[in-house]
Design a protein around this ligand. Structure first.
Ligand SMILES: *Cc1c(COP(=O)(O)O)cnc(C)c1O
Length: 393
């Protein structure tokens, strides 16, 4: 069965009524025949049929055994960290999602969990940084916003040899492109807010585990902590997943064309996209994923915040907003938005230059998107001429 067919038919028809769309069970509790005698559901924090359907679908898509749906990507990450105890260490990718950094460093360090940030693009660095206390390796691949790629299979072998769990944040790739559990990871997490939801209309998170026993632990943590996904939002994610395969293919095609265009533009300095042969780990990206995703980042020759601001306020179709993975194209300026809380020197050292711009390439016609970028550069140039009159003028 092809992936597209599997994806569409992983969404079940309702057994009770034949409804082709998954029913939304908007209920807090379930009536019992006798104490403890029920139809598999007792209270909606513990379980809900709509959420359970989403959990089964994502477990199938990620080739895992248990899926668990949370109220946000960060709640999903939080549940995985709660597998650990004081004294344990996390070895994490150095240019980690800012929210995960905030959670690890500002919340969990207080509880005695140590975090060790490492450049995971070279698996040898992971091997060298493991200590006897390391219990969890945390990867994101590709990363945000510089699209660094790490070798999941090589790092999974290192994790296994050292009895650590490997968790991969698969938000940027989505299961349509990359399935970390098949490459040896133990846990996958998603911000389903992005490609899985796909329409910029919800906040949701997912955890999938390879082994059933680990999945049961995550379910226990969720029931104990309470960060569940609501029935309607579960339904919205299911609806998004119905077109995941198709959307992601088009995101990839559009992003490749945009990245190739940017590479030839005289105002552009560097372009970051795993689908370009110039990308540092293009070969690893090619080996472990079916496509290179919809996110493209680039820096300007005029490497200033002012030049980036002029560009990001000059586009028509690319809307200025945080987040990514939706139908509409978005762009953001990390130095002033997603990465503003990171001190400038530290931010620059991690590759996020002052002029770096991140594009979430949407599903519009790619020629329109390229024309939009072209006119934004022209507008930016004109503004520059107004402020800096040439000598001949
Ligand atoms: C957005 C995002 C998150 C956090 O997810 P929320 O749904 O916003 O809580 C985690 N990881 C990555 C890579 C993200 O892009």
């Amino acid at each position: 069965m092809s992936n597209a067919t599997q994806l569409i038919h992983s969404i079940p028809v309702d057994a009770l009524t034949g409804a082709i769309s998954v029913p939304i069970y908007q209920t807090s509790t379930f009536v019992q025949e006798a104490p403890g005698v029920n139809k598999g559901y007792d209270y909606a924090r513990s379980n809900n049929p709509t959420r359970a359907t989403l959990e089964t679908i994502i477990a199938q898509l990620e080739k895992g055994s248990v899926g668990v749906a949370f109220g946000s990507g960060l709640a999903a990450i939080d549940a995985v960290v709660k597998l650990l105890k004081a004294g344990d260490e996390i070895l994490a990718v150095d240019d980690i999602y800012g929210g995960a950094f905030r959670l690890f460093t500002h919340i969990y360090e207080k509880f005695g969990i140590k975090i060790n940030y490492v450049d995971t693009t070279n698996a040898e660095n992971v091997f060298n940084a493991i200590t006897p206390a390391t219990k969890l390796i945390w990867l994101e691949t590709p990363t945000n916003p510089t699209l660094k790629v790490s070798d999941i299979e090589a790092i999974a072998k290192i994790a296994r040899a050292n009895s650590c769990l490997l968790c991969v944040d698969n938000t940027f790739a989505s299961p349509a492109l990359q399935q970390p559990l098949s490459l040896g990871a133990d846990i996958v997490i998603h911000s389903a807010t992005k490609y899985l939801g796909g329409h910029s209309d919800l906040i949701a998170g997912l955890v999938v585990t390879k082994e059933k026993e680990l999945g049961e632990k995550i379910k226990f943590i969720q029931n104990a902590s309470g960060a569940i996904l609501a029935p309607f939002d579960s339904w919205l994610v299911i609806r998004g997943i119905e077109t995941l395969h198709l959307r992601v293919q088009q995101h990839c095609r559009n992003a490749q064309a945009v990245a190739e265009f940017l590479e030839t533009h005289p105002a552009v300095d560097k372009v970051y996209y795993p689908g370009l042969k110039t990308h540092l780990n293009h070969n690893i990206a090619k080996k472990q994923s079916k496509g290179f995703g919809g996110i493209v980042s680039f820096t300007l020759k005029n490497n200033t915040e002012a030049a980036a601001t002029a560009f990001v306020t000059s586009t028509n179709y690319f809307k200025l907003a945080e987040s990514l993975g939706g139908v509409k194209s978005l762009l953001c300026h990390p130095a002033q938005m997603t990465h503003k809380s990171i001190p400038a020197e530290k931010r620059r050292a991690s590759g996020v230059a002052d002029s770096l711009i991140r594009l979430s390439v949407g599903l519009e016609d790619v020629q329109d998107l390229i024309a939009d970028i072209e006119q934004a550069f022209e507008k930016q140039q004109k503004e520059k001429q107004v402020f800096e009159p040439s000598i001949s003028a």
